[in-house]
Design a protein around this ligand. Structure first.
Ligand code: COI
Length: 364
């Protein structure tokens, strides 16, 4: 299959250099967007085409667009990192392309070839390179959000015959404003995020929508995030909705819930399992019961807990609460030592400070 060729329409009124610098000095997360975006359209009879880089702005779709009614949508989350020599890189784009293809297959959307996916990232980052934060400005990056949705105007329930793929970019600082302050988790027992045979492993908006009620319940209880259990038995820990979980064990194991089909296959999760070996930790995937969290902290067997994801990187987890109980924090003020070591190792690779022995970085 021949690769897509992108036409470019420059933004006639980009954000001024002064305003851009002010945004880059304190971007927060998800608040600001670059001057351009990418769009590609798929039509059932002709496949992918109309690849464009164009000014960032509202998308015109019919009120009958299938995505608005039946949620046929998938997305990805990635980052572009500025290295010390000024070059810009992204992390394991092949993994995101493959995951998006799996999400597309689950949501009955067409797959975008990996080469076109990576080229779409290169197009937006090259066009809006000035928006990639400077090296050495902490944990800042340009967050990339590829997404695909059913843009066909049609109210029958079937896979759409017209689909739009886009990429937007947003300068990003830390996902949690408290930095390395441990987050408090709430066990969502009334609301499940995903079930067996459902879409839990796909990166689709519906999973995030269904996590919000549990999240709100947690916030009402003074927590930062909700943790979801397996919906069938409410016994085993799954994930946070937007992040995977890890447990540092006293005996050197680094445990994370296994991929059961209802957990998102995090790229950061997978990378940590690999990096653990460099740090003399034994990675272990398996079922982890909520009871093991309680017992492990009480006995001292669990020494640290952290959450991970592209946006949040690695965030220490503090106290765990649920209706009628809690597990105290093992994290101290700024997270445990192992959590901090894994985090540094990952960030050093992403920002080009450590040798990329696994070929994870791709220059954009
Ligand atoms: C990411 O980590 O990139 C995600 O898509 C999760 C979301 C909570 C921002």
């Amino acid at each position: 299959m021949t690769q897509l060729t992108f036409a470019t329409e420059s933004n006639p009124s980009p954000v001024s250099a002064a305003d851009r610098e002010a945004i880059l000095a304190d971007p927060g997360f998800g608040n600001h967007f670059t001057d351009h975006m990418v769009s590609v359209v798929w039509r059932k009879d002709s496949g992918w085409g109309d690849a464009r880089v164009h000014p960032f702005g509202p998308i015109q779709i019919s009120p009958a667009a299938a995505v608005l009614h039946y949620a046929q949508e998938v997305f990805e989350g990635m980052k572009a990192y500025r290295h010390e020599d000024g070059s810009v890189w992204t992390f394991r784009p092949d993994k995101n392309a493959a995951r998006m293809a799996r999400s597309c297959s689950r949501l009955a959307l067409p797959e975008l070839p990996e080469a076109d996916f990576v080229e779409s990232l290169r197009q937006i980052v090259t066009t809006d390179k000035a928006w990639v934060p400077a090296y050495g400005t902490g944990e800042t990056s340009l967050y990339l959000r590829p997404f695909m949705f059913a843009s066909e105007s049609f109210l029958g329930v079937r896979p759409a015959h017209e689909v739009t793929y886009s990429v937007i970019a947003s300068p990003a600082g830390a996902y949690f404003s408290g930095g390395l302050k441990p987050i408090t988790l709430w066990v969502s027992q009334h609301f499940a995020r995903a079930g067996q045979g459902g879409t839990g492993a796909a990166k689709t908006g519906g999973n995030y929508a269904s996590s919000l009620a549990g999240q709100l319940e947690g916030i009402a209880q003074g927590c930062d995030q909700a943790v979801f259990l397996d919906s069938a038995t409410q016994t085993y820990i799954e994930e946070l909705g937007g992040m995977n979980l890890f447990f540092v064990m006293k005996d050197g194991r680094l445990r994370t819930p296994e991929l059961t089909g209802s957990i998102l296959e995090g790229v950061t999760r997978d990378s940590i399992l690999e990096l653990a070996k460099d740090l003399d930790l034994q990675p272990e995937e398996g079922r982890i019961a909520l009871q093991e969290w309680k017992d492990g902290v009480a006995s001292g067997e669990i020494t640290e807990v952290f959450a991970c994801g592209t946006a949040a990187v690695i965030t220490p987890v503090g106290e765990l609460r649920w209706e009628g109980g809690s597990v105290p924090s093992t994290a101290g003020e700024g997270g445990g030592e192992v959590t901090k070591r894994i985090r540094e190792r990952l960030l050093d690779i992403q920002y080009g400070r450590a040798e990329d022995t696994r070929g994870w970085m791709t220059r954009l």
